[in-house]
Design a protein around this ligand. Structure first.
Ligand code: SF4
Ligand code: SF4
Length: 383
């Protein structure tokens, strides 16, 4: 089971409540970005290319808690940047947990072991560790050797201390399905609660523009990976979203489902695009022209996007849209193995090319593992 029953119940009752109130633009997961700076410089990252004065800024705990209250989503995901570089991240997490929000703190885990004492295990707190595949693939994707090994040690420690731990994986062009399945085995052996998957998004700011998956390639890759599934793999995601990635279900994007709040305000329309900012959550929902987004809109920025922040809320919404959605979800859970002969053949081909495409290139970004001085950071945030 990838998600505990209490969390599933909270989310299910919340979505049903929204449906009964006939509220279309409801939030499911708040994407709370308290800062953009990071101690890695991944080639596919669209968040760390800001100038230094922006990377120094961060949200205060009060701003984070106000955003969570204002939005009302039952789940809060804290990506970044690297949230553990925020000097008051423990206060932010504690405040959200006290408000009974299910918090996913997304981290590359390089600082996790030394910061673990700042947090208390709770059913409301999950460390979602950025892991982009087996050791060779992960270190390649994040452009630094040794990162996988360090993250695995931190995962083991967090699990030993009783924390909930999941992984989040972004797959890019060139991913070998056989190696991705090996990675699932490795994470299952570690005992992570569940795994999250998404194709990468072609950020215009990201340095590597050649590696993002087109929609047809995305279907083929994910159906090769996720067909003929092993029972021990747990996914911390909607079963319908996984079918969507495999090309077995189709949804339109619901960008309002994962609203994004960061140092600039409420980002329009989604976690990936920046078409301006709203001063309040209400303004975001009421002033954004939602018809301009999603594949059906013809917006070229959305044409090939299949990223979880746009489509996972669509899959969850479909589950609770009526008998057909509920039945589709039950069927996806019952038919979890997804037997597929064509996918088996593609997997056998992939087995022959394991490791061949990888040329580990470390990009020349400066790394900074330091946590900034608290007073200086507070002064910067207040500026
Ligand atoms: S870990 Fe990589 S992808 Fe995540 S914020 Fe840092 S640089 Fe970006
Ligand atoms: S399709 Fe992707 S890029 Fe476009 S609004 Fe949805 S999540 Fe954002």
């Amino acid at each position: 089971m990838g998600v505990p029953v209490s969390q599933m119940w909270t989310v299910a009752s919340y979505v049903i409540g929204q449906k009964l109130r006939r509220r279309k633009h409801y939030p499911l997961v708040l994407m709370l970005e308290p800062l953009f700076r990071c101690n890695l410089a991944c080639a596919g990252c669209g968040k760390i290319q800001y100038p230094a004065h922006i990377l120094k800024r961060q949200l205060t705990p009060q701003q984070c808690l106000d955003a969570a209250e204002e939005c009302g989503a039952p789940v809060v995901s804290i990506p970044g940047g690297e949230p553990l570089m925020h000097p008051r991240i423990d206060e932010i997490v504690r405040g959200l947990v006290e408000r009974k929000k299910y918090v996913y703190l997304c981290t590359n885990a390089l600082l996790l072991a030394e910061h673990l004492d700042r947090f208390a295990p709770s059913k409301f707190l999950t460390f979602s560790v950025h892991m982009d595949g087996t050791e060779q693939n992960h270190d390649f994707a994040v452009c630094r050797e040794g990162t996988y090994t360090k993250a695995v040690s931190a995962i083991k420690l967090a699990l030993q201390r009783g924390f909930r731990v999941t992984t989040n994986t972004t797959l890019f062009e060139g991913a070998n399905p056989a190696e991705v399945r090996q990675f699932f085995d490795e994470m299952s052996d570690l005992g992570v609660e569940g795994m999250m998957l998404s194709p990468g998004y072609s950020y215009s700011k990201a340095p590597d523009q050649n590696s993002f998956l087109q929609r047809r390639r995305t279907h083929e890759l994910f159906s090769t990976i996720l067909s003929n599934r092993r029972k021990r793999w747990n996914f911390n995601q909607s079963p319908l979203f996984l079918r969507f990635l495999m090309g077995l279900a189709d949804f339109e994007c619901t960008p309002w489902g994962n609203p994004t709040y960061n140092i600039f305000g409420w980002q329009k329309p989604c976690y990936l695009l920046q078409d301006g900012y709203a001063d309040s959550y209400r303004e975001l929902i009421e002033a954004t022209d939602w018809e301009r987004y999603g594949r059906a809109s013809g917006n070229p920025a959305c044409a090939d996007c299949m990223v979880h922040c746009g489509y996972e809320p669509s899959a969850v919404d479909h589950t609770f849209s009526g008998v057909a959605g509920m039945w589709a979800t039950i069927r996806a859970m019952l038919e979890w193995r997804h037997r597929d002969v064509a996918a088996s053949k593609r997997l056998a081909e992939a087995e022959k090319t394991r490791g061949r495409h990888i040329e580990l290139t470390i990009l020349g970004h400066a790394a900074d593992d330091s946590v900034p001085n608290k007073e200086a950071a507070d002064a910067e945030a207040a500026a």
